[in-house]
Structure formats: structure tokens, C-alpha cells
Design a protein around this ligand. Structure first.
Ligand code: NDP
Length: 434
């Protein structure tokens, strides 16, 4: 605690994993002898740097940049960059820590890392975003590489930002190193289905959870929080599988659309116009209810997919959902449910999937992008989506089997933590004290 003072989200993420691990350390005392837990909680490297940039009025701004290279036992550090004013070391470390186990669950050869900046992209012009990204990469590039550290997007970092970051990396290094970033555009090394992957993957995982109970998305009322990358494509896949998403949100409020969220309109408002959910409501018609402030978890539903940000669903929200008969909650975002919310779902018998399992489809498809880059190949959308679907089904099976093996059947939290941890711990053990 003294070593990581004030890093609340990091403490929360570590606590949640360690809480699950006592049966493993009892069964595998060699992990304790080799101090695997102490080592896994300490990042291999943490980089903090100044990011100076100039706005359109020639004012100089100073932001702080971060990259936490957490664990490379399974492969190069892999994890997104987040640009949001709330970013500080505790957020980056929680995300990097989660990423270690998530990446292990995918079965792909990738380690865990995360980065970002307290830069706020909201309201900034394209030229300002570009100058910021160029300045950020001018420092970060020296730490990256196809075999070292491979960032991607996260909150506030989408295709536009990855383009500016890749352009600056290419310019500084004089290398067309496609595999150094993922989430690239399709014409310059990106993968089909990467944009859709996290949202689709979360819904594939939820579909497997329902199927294990003999159920499906057919006819289900679904609430999805957020309206960014993950949320948008979760909405699309739910509709393709026969469910109806009736509410989405952003930080200004939420909309309830009983006819089902109009995906084309949502994408126009969010991806093209960079507008708010209020703009969706205004364009869609009088039947849409816009609630500014308030909690989207008050909306009755069968399935809830929190896809916005950490700690967005607390115990009050959980009790509201349970009271309204929710059957399943799967985390599309990273750590969106507070520990007390998770406990409430579990004790009420609601099927609950943690983000490190349910949202692993994004990073898994990033690894598929790296695979295509390394082999100078391009796969079709259908082939890539099939691979994603198979990976998510595989994670679901691994997590459930592990939960059975450790006598906690149906406990997706414990199953995911143990399955991810043992893979990384075995690799660390094999490599000695490094
Ligand atoms: P985006 O920036 O595309 O979207 C984030 C969305 O969440 C926006 O609609 C944003 O609204 C909303 N949001 C943020 N804070 C709040 C809040 N306090 N209350 C309500 N809504 C809020 O990010 P992503 O979709 O990429 O990421 C969402 C989550 O998914 C994050 O937790 C991320 O770490 C996780 N994730 C993302 C992956 C990816 O591939 N992109 C992979 C795995 C996990 P507003 O615009 O108003 O801020």
C-alpha cells in the first residue's frame, strides 16, 4: 500500500484478483516460493513523460503521458492508450494489471501493458489532436516495437488517433513497422473486425453464458452503457442475435428507445458528428426518452452490458437491476462494476462475467492484426470474425472449466482470475527470477 499510495483503482483491481488466488497458492506452493505474486503486482517498467503541444490559438499546453509495461512473460507488452482527463498512474496501472490476465486468457502470445494521458480530446480540432498525438509519440516511440511494446486504442483513442500516432512513429524511426500499433486503418495494415471486436466479443461471451443455461439473446431486452467503440458494436451484435438494445448513454445522460436503438443513427451521431446522446434523441423522434444525469441501470432489462468506464455500476445500480429482474451482466468496459455490485449480482444468482474475460475480444483481434502484419497477409471480415467468435467461446469454456476445477462452478470471476494467473505464473516460473 505504501509503495502505491493513492492509486485507488489499482488497489481495487489487485484486491479483486488476489482474493481469488488462495486455492491456487495452496495447490502450487512453488508460486509462493518464487514470490510470483509480489513480482506480478510490480510493473516491469513505468514511464511518465511530459507532452507539450500547441493549440489552435498558439497557447502551449502541458499534459502528462504514461506507459506502464507491466508483464512480458507471455509476449510483448500489449494494451491500449487512454486519453481522458481522469487519467493518472493509478488508472493506467489498474488497466495494465487487468490486461496481463486478460491477454493470457486469449491464449495469444502477448504480455500486459497500458498507457495514456490526462489530455482531454473533447472539443479539440483535428489539428490539435494531431499535434498532441505527434508530441506524445515523439517521447513514447523509443519504448515501443513489434517485439517490445504494442499499444492500441482505448477511451478517447480511436482510428484517427492511431493514424496520427503511427504516422509520427514511422516518421521518427524511418521504419514501416506495421506491428508496432494495432487498431490501424484497413488500407495501412489494420485488421478487419478490429473496430467491432470488443463489442462483438462481449456479446459472443454473453451468448455462451446464456447458452450454458439453455437460453439465448432471442427476445431479450438489453441495456448498454456508453456509446463509444465498445458500446456501439455491442449494440450491433445484440441486434444480430435477436435481442433489442433499448438504452445507451454517455457522460451527459442516457436515452431510452423502446423501438430499439437505431444503430445507423447512433454511428452517425457518435462516429461522424462526434455528438451527444441528446442529439440521437432529437434526431430519432418523440418516442425517445432522454434522461440527463440519472442512472441508466434504472431501466428494466434482461441483460446489462456496462461498456463505458470503471466503477460506473455500483451497489445501488446493481440492486436496481436485480429488482427489475436482470438475468445476466457482462462487463464490456474494464472494471465497470464496483466490488459491492459484483457481490450483489453473485449473491442474487445473476450470471456475471468480469471484463478480463468478456471484453478480451478487442485485444485478441489486435493479436490477429499483429499476426496478419507479421505474415504480410490480410484476412476477410468473415474469417476474422469467425476467429474472434472461436476465441471468445474458448475463453468461456476455459473460465467455466477452471471454476469447476476449483470447486466454484459458475463463478466466472474466480475462473477467469485463476485461469489467467496460472498461465502467466507458469511462464514466470520457467524464466527464473527476472
Ligand atoms: P470510447 O471513448 O469509444 O467510449 C467511451 C464511452 O463511455 C463514451 O460514450 C463516453 O461518453 C462514455 N463514458 C465515459 N465515462 C462515462 C461516465 N462516467 N458515465 C457515462 N458514460 C461515460 O471508449 P471505448 O468504447 O473504447 O472504451 C470503453 C470501455 O471499454 C473502457 O473501459 C475501455 O477500457 C474498455 N475496453 C475497450 C477496448 C477497445 O477495444 N476499445 C478493449 C477492452 C476494453 P463521453 O463521450 O460523454 O465521455
Amino acid at each position: 500500500l505504501r509503495r502505491n499510495q493513492g492509486e485507488l483503482e489499482f488497489h481495487q483491481a489487485v484486491y479483486e484478483v488476489l482474493e481469488s488466488l488462495s486455492p491456487v497458492v495452496t495447490k502450487r506452493p512453488e508460486f509462493v516460493e518464487a514470490s510470483i505474486i509480489e513480482r506480478i503486482c510490480e510493473p516491469e517498467r513505468q514511464i511518465i513523460f511530459r507532452v507539450p503541444w500547441t493549440d489552435d490559438n498558439n497557447h502551449v499546453h502541458i499534459n502528462r503521458g504514461f506507459r506502464v509495461e507491466f508483464n512480458s512473460a507471455l509476449g510483448p507488452y500489449k494494451g491500449g492508450l487512454r486519453f481522458h482527463p481522469s487519467v493518472y498512474l493509478g488508472i493506467v496501472k489498474f488497466l495494465g494489471f487487468e490486461q496481463i490476465f486478460k491477454n493470457a486468457l486469449t491464449g495469444m502470445p502477448i504480455g500486459g501493458g497500458k498507457g495514456g494521458s490526462d489530455f482531454d480530446p473533447k472539443g479539440r480540432s483535428d489539428a490539435e489532436i494531431m499535434r498532441f498525438c505527434q508530441s506524445f509519440m515523439t517521447e513514447l516511440y523509443r519504448h515501443l516495437g513489434e517485439y517490445t511494446d504494442v499499444p492500441a486504442g482505448d477511451i478517447g483513442v480511436g482510428g484517427r488517433e492511431i493514424g496520427y500516432l503511427f504516422g509520427q512513429y514511422k516518421r521518427i524511426t524511418n521504419r514501416y513497422e506495421s506491428g508496432v500499433l494495432t487498431g490501424k486503418g484497413l488500407s495501412w495494415g489494420g485488421s478487419q473486425a478490429r473496430t467491432e471486436a470488443t463489442g462483438y466479443g462481449t456479446v459472443f461471451f454473453a451468448r455462451e453464458m446464456l447458452a450454458a443455461k439453455g437460453d439465448s439473446f432471442d427476445g431479450k431486452r438489453v441495456v448498454v452503457s456508453g456509446s463509444g467503440n465498445v458500446a456501439t458494436y455491442a449494440v450491433e451484435k445484440v441486434h444480430q442475435l435477436g435481442g433489442t438494445v433499448i438504452a445507451v448513454s454517455d457522460s451527459s445522460g442516457y436515452v431510452v428507445d423502446e423501438q430499439g436503438i437505431d444503430l445507423a443513427l447512433l454511428r452517425q451521431v457518435k462516429e461522424v458528428d462526434r455528438g451527444r446522446v441528446g442529439d440521437y434523441a432529437a434526431a430519432r423522434g418523440a418516442h425517445v426518452n432522454l434522461v440527463s444525469g440519472g442512472s441508466i441501470w434504472d431501466v428494466p432489462c434482461d441483460v446489462a452490458l456496462p461498456c463505458a468506464t470503471q466503477n460506473e455500476l455500483d451497489e445501488v445500480g446493481a440492486k436496481g437491476l436485480i429488482g427489475n429482474g436482470v438475468k445476466l451482466v457482462a462487463e464490456g468496459a474494464n472494471m465497470p462494476c464496483t466490488p459491492t455490485a459484483v457481490a450483489a449480482f453473485q449473491s442474487a444468482g445473476v450470471l456475471f462475467a468480469p471484463g478480463k474475460a468478456a471484453n478480451a475480444g478487442g485485444v485478441a483481434t489486435s493479436a490477429l492484426e499483429m499476426q496478419q502484419n507479421a505474415s504480410r497477409d490480410r484476412w476477410s471480415f468473415e474469417h476474422t470474425e469467425e476467429r474472434l467468435d472461436a476465441i471468445m467461446s474458448g475463453i468461456h469454456e476455459l473460465v467455466l472449466t477452471t471454476a469447476d476445477e476449483y470447486d466454484v462452478p459458475g463463478d466466472y470471476v474466480t475462473g477467469a482470475n485463476i485461469a489467467g494467473f496460472t498461465q502467466v505464473a507458469d511462464a514466470m516460473l520457467a524464466m527464473g527470477v527476472i
